[in-house]
Design a protein around this ligand. Structure first.
Ligand SMILES: Cc1cc2nc3c(=O)[nH]c(=O)nc-3n(C[C@H](O)[C@H](O)[C@H](O)COP(=O)(O)OP(=O)(O)OC[C@H]3O[C@@H](n4cnc5c(N)ncnc54)[C@H](O)[C@@H]3O)c2cc1C
Length: 410
């Protein structure tokens, strides 16, 4: 998607800014595991919840007669039972959990989706909708053997959105299109684990990626605003005794190289120890943007000295107050000292005290459903459960996700 967006907005410029130099020394090793990820049902409920295990609800199992109905609706080719394709649809993007679904359906239009759901409603078959399967909360993969309804063939919607996006960009005079921040720990993971080079020399405490987009084809409007921004940087640098450094991309290759540092940050951090038990990521939202740094520093102060901990890193979207906090650790050491429940309790407790949100943009899936009470009142949760029951009276739509089972009774 980002490549497509770049090709329709060729006048965009990227600036990487580094601020306040600080030395950082961490070590990491790259270990990739080829093992299958653990079953989502064995990890549910999330580790520091009340410890009650989850059992499969009494949904109907998919019978050969159901497959015939589905084939009639979407064609045999789009009823997927091939084990490799089914495994891919059962496994989430970070490869840290796996569902046990046996079938994937790939409808091609809204009418086919409706016909499939009508049949599932009649037979009480549980369904998980799946788009690109890049979600990070376990929402797009089955917990047990739910039917995966893949919308991957329905990409005409995306084309329409891109046209709309392109039209909006040409009519709106907004030139700032992204302002992303990464801390030094994140940047060091990107260079240690992915061997991507930061174009700025030395080490800095923070890096900001500023992207601008031209409104007119010549790009002159953009260039004028960019010049003003750079003048501000020069005076800020003067005031802060030379602690700010910056680089501007001159061509699409450099632009892509700068963006890769940010876009591959999560992948780089997971590579510290592999997905199985070696990391925990949070998707926090805070109203005071300084809390983005405070939360990283507080988590690092609490856990950074433990032998098993490799890195406590933060990056995110400054404009939205959205922080991706990632802690990586040696899996065996983390298990031995019960690290992950402690990290989770610490971070969610900190956010609750600061009135932050436990999920800014990745959603709750099943991984965060047990913590909904940290940022929503019992009344709000009960209203949400009421709406869910109203729209989905049999509970077949993406069960076990978002709302804790205790909030729903079918
Ligand atoms: C490297 C990386 C970087 C990311 N950066 C960002 C970021 O900058 N900003 C951001 O917002 N997010 C980011 N994300 C997370 C983001 O939430 C997901 O990547 C993306 O939005 C999910 O889209 P998807 O089509 O892959 O959905 P999936 O993973 O397939 O599904 C996600 C959820 O939506 C449901 N769903 C999917 N399609 C439908 C449908 N048609 N109808 C109803 N429900 C549906 C699924 O059941 C599931 O619960 C990032 C993820 C990765 C891996």
């Amino acid at each position: 998607l980002s490549q497509t967006l770049r090709s329709i907005a060729p006048n965009r410029r990227g600036v990487l800014v580094a601020a306040a130099a600080v030395k950082l020394s961490t070590s990491s090793t790259l270990r990739l595991s080829s093992n299958l990820p653990p079953l989502a049902s064995s990890l549910y409920p999330p580790i520091s919840a009340d410890g009650r295990s989850l059992s499969r609800s009494s949904y109907s199992r998919i019978e050969p007669a159901d497959l015939l109905v589905f084939a009639d609706i979407i064609g045999q080719n789009h009823v997927i039972t091939d084990p490799f394709e089914v495994l891919a649809a059962n496994t989430d993007w970070p490869r840290d959990c796996r569902g046990q679904g046996g079938h994937v359906l790939r409808p091609g239009c809204a009418e086919e989706v409706s016909a499939i759901l009508r049949h599932c409603q009649k037979r009480r078959i549980a369904v998980v909708p799946q788009g690109g399967n890049t979600g990070l909360a376990g929402g797009g993969v089955p917990v047990f053997d739910e039917l995966v309804l893949s919308l991957s063939r329905m990409n005409r919607v995306l084309e329409s959105v891109l046209h709309l996006f392109s039209a909006a960009r040409s009519t709106l005079a907004e030139t700032l299109s992204a302002f992303e921040v990464m801390d030094a720990a994140t940047m060091s993971a990107v260079s240690d684990n992915l061997k991507l080079n930061c174009p700025l020399s030395g080490s800095s405490e923070f890096y900001a990626l500023v992207e601008t987009a031209s409104c007119d084809a010549s790009g002159s409007n953009d260039a004028g605003k960019l010049d003003k921004f750079l003048e501000c940087l020069v005076s800020l640098n003067h005031e802060s005794a030379g602690s700010i450094d910056a680089v501007i991309s001159n061509d699409s290759r450099q632009f892509g190289a700068i963006w890769a540092l940010r876009e591959r940050a999560f992948e780089a951090l997971v590579a510290d120890c592999g997905p199985a038990g070696g990391y925990m990521q949070f998707d926090a939202a805070v109203s005071d943007r300084l809390d983005m740094q405070r939360l990283v520093l507080a988590t690092r102060a609490e856990f950074g000295q433990l032998d098993c901990v490799i890195r406590v890193a933060g990056f995110g979207h400054l404009g939205d107050g959205n922080l991706h906090l990632v802690v990586t650790a040696d899996p065996a050491g983390a298990a031995a000292c019960g690290l992950w429940p402690r990290v989770e309790a610490f971070v969610y407790g900190w956010l609750a005290r600061r009135r932050g949100s436990i999920s800014a943009e990745h959603g709750l899936g099943w991984k965060r459903s047990a913590y909904l009470g940290h940022c929503k009142s019992p009344t709000a949760v009960s209203v949400m459960a009421g709406i869910k029951r109203l729209l989905d009276p049999q509970g077949i739509l993406n069960p076990y996700k978002v709302l804790p089972p205790s909030a729903l009774s079918y």
